[in-house]
Design a protein around this ligand. Structure first.
Ligand code: FAD
Length: 492
């Protein structure tokens, strides 16, 4: 008799293509796909903690359910504690095996352990959130890598990534004796209602007073994005740092929620332009993603602590005026403000703009990187604990392979270099649209009178760049080398 297998779909594998748990369940019997919302998750207060990511999740889940229905089956969406509900379902539906993807974030790991402990049938965990299992690469002494380049070299040496797998054309219908009425089913209408509520909420946050305009969610849109990116792959190296161009893939939310498998992206990009420098540069970014997951796997405490111990207790300041100005895009530094407003308006920020904005927040304004990390998670559609934490720790200087503390981005020269015509700034800071390029890229201190004569309400710089830089360097030096503080006190 064919087996009955549950495919437990989680929040990072919302697709039907290249889905190992589904294929494994199908190969040995009837796959019964379930998605489980934790109790209390479907509440606005909870959902708004990742306002745009959750909109993307809800819509992608609805789209996935339609794919299951189109193929003759269904995706059962339930509410409950996975570690209690899955054992109950397994018993009630006479399940032989549960298949799922393993996850690398601490919460996901804890959840799958709890499920495994309670289940009376087998739980098979497949890997697929990353290209290689997160724990697989080790340095010569068997320790995790703390620096990217040797990690990358080691990745390339052991690269043997299996090809992506097909999506089933047809799925067996759900067994007729499966009772759903015993469990708490979540309807499509409920999910649509929450998505609309989140959309409205996102407009309150936006300076534009409009809901954030996200990229279309769901697997079909993700697959189209991948195709579009392949067409412009040859501009990746020349354009990826340019904030005025759309040269990067824009696949980050698809990789975060798994509407695309990273293995499929890897192979498709490779196959499209074998050995081209642009493809290589792009694939290298995917290895940065591996590096972030691998670091979090080995150091789950990174979500609470800096990678470099010396940074513990760094004297960040919770200055409410700075915080509000940074979040709302009103610091008086056009490129920093453009990044903040792009985030609120689209749930996305260009990578170079993330780096500039994060450096400014943590070094010029001394805002705690952890607060900024939460703000990004709240608004990013691609918000991902591993990557976001690595990005923030890198920018603040406290992460693995991070920017050294003494590298403080100059926002004006960064803008001049990576947005030379001011296209990005003008798009998100329309108050400055009429300025010439030369004026747009002048150090802000020198343009104050100009702004005043244009009668714009764009704010004056909230801090002086040179002064803020020196202030940060002094603080960092004292905190990171306590001896230098002692000796300078002695000298006084
Ligand atoms: C402060 C800060 C916060 C960040 N937060 C996130 C986040 O929450 N989620 C997220 O996906 N990325 C994050 N990043 C990394 C990066 O900015 C985004 O992945 C990228 O901008 C997404 O656009 P893309 O898909 O067009 O990138 P592409 O250039 O096309 O890159 C391809 C893929 O590689 C991965 N990638 C790219 N850059 C990095 C990187 N620096 N580190 C690790 N992986 C990378 C992503 O999965 C990305 O989709 C953050 C970076 C910084 C500096």
């Amino acid at each position: 008799m064919p087996k009955r297998n549950i495919v437990w779909i989680r929040n990072k594998d919302l697709r039907i293509h290249d889905h190992d748990p589904l294929l494994a369940a199908e190969e040995t019997g009837y796959p019964i796909a379930v998605y489980i919302f934790e109790p209390g998750f479907l509440k606005l207060k909870k959902l708004e903690k990742r306002i745009n990511g959750h909109r993307y999740l809800l819509l992608s889940l609805l789209a996935l359910r339609q794919e299951y229905i189109r193929r003759g089956s269904d995706l059962i969406i339930l509410e409950g504690r996975a570690e209690q509900l899955l054992p109950q379902l397994a018993k009630a539906w006479k399940i032989d095996q549960v298949h799922a993807y393993r996850q690398y974030e601490p919460a996901g790991r804890a959840q799958e352990n709890a499920v495994n402990n309670n289940l009376s049938c087998d739980l098979t965990l497949h890997y697929g959130e990353t290209l290689l299992p997160a724990e697989s690469l080790r340095n010569g002494s068997g320790s995790p890598y703390a620096v990217f380049t040797p990690f990358y070299k080691s990745f390339l040496r052991s690269e043997n990534i299996s090809p992506p797998r097909r999506a089933p054309r047809q799925l067996a219908p759900l067994p007729a004796d499966i009772r759903l009425d015993l469990f708490s089913i979540v309807s499509d209408d409920t999910l649509f209602d929450f998505e609309s509520a989140l959309q409205k909420l996102s407009s309150h946050d936006s300076v534009l007073d409009k809901p954030a305009q996200l990229l279309p969610a769901g697997e079909k849109a993700a697959r189209q994005r991948l195709k579009n990116f392949q067409q412009r792959l040859s501009t990746y190296i020349s354009g990826r740092d340019r904030m005025d161009q759309e040269a990067s893939s824009r696949l980050s939310a698809d990789l975060s929620y798994g509407t695309l498998s990273v293995r499929e992206v890897w192979h498709q990009v490779k196959a499209h332009q074998p050995k081209s420098p642009d493809a290589e540069a792009y694939l290298r970014q995917l290895v940065w993603r591996e590096f972030a997951y691998s670091s979090l796997w080995d150091r789950p405490d990174l979500l609470q602590n800096p990678f470099r111990e010396k940074y513990e207790g760094f004297p960040y300041q919770r200055n409410q005026i700075f915080w509000k100005a940074w979040c709302e895009g009103k610091t008086g530094y056009p490129i920093v403000d453009a990044a903040a407003r792009e985030l609120l308006a689209t749930g996305y920020v260009h990578n170079r703009a993330r780096m500039i904005s994060a450096s400014f927040a943590t070094k010029h304004l001394l805002l705690p990187y952890q607060d900024c990390e939460e703000h990004y998670l709240r608004h990013l559609t691609d918000g991902d604990r591993a990557l976001n934490n690595m990005g923030w720790q890198w920018s603040a200087g406290c992460g693995c392979d991070a920017q050294p503390y003494f590298r403080v981005f100059n926002p004006t020269s960064q803008a001049k270099k990576f947005d030379p015509q001011g296209v990005y700034i003008r798009r998100w800071v329309p108050e400055l649209a009429n300025l010439s390029n030369a004026d747009l890229h002048k150090p802000r201190e020198k343009t104050l009178s100009l702004f005043a004569s244009n009668a714009t309400d764009y704010p004056a710089p909230i801090v002086d760049h040179a002064q803020a830089r020196l202030n940060f360097l002094q603080l960092a030096k004292e905190h990171l080398n306590p001896n230098s503080r002692a000796s300078s006190h002695q000298r006084k």
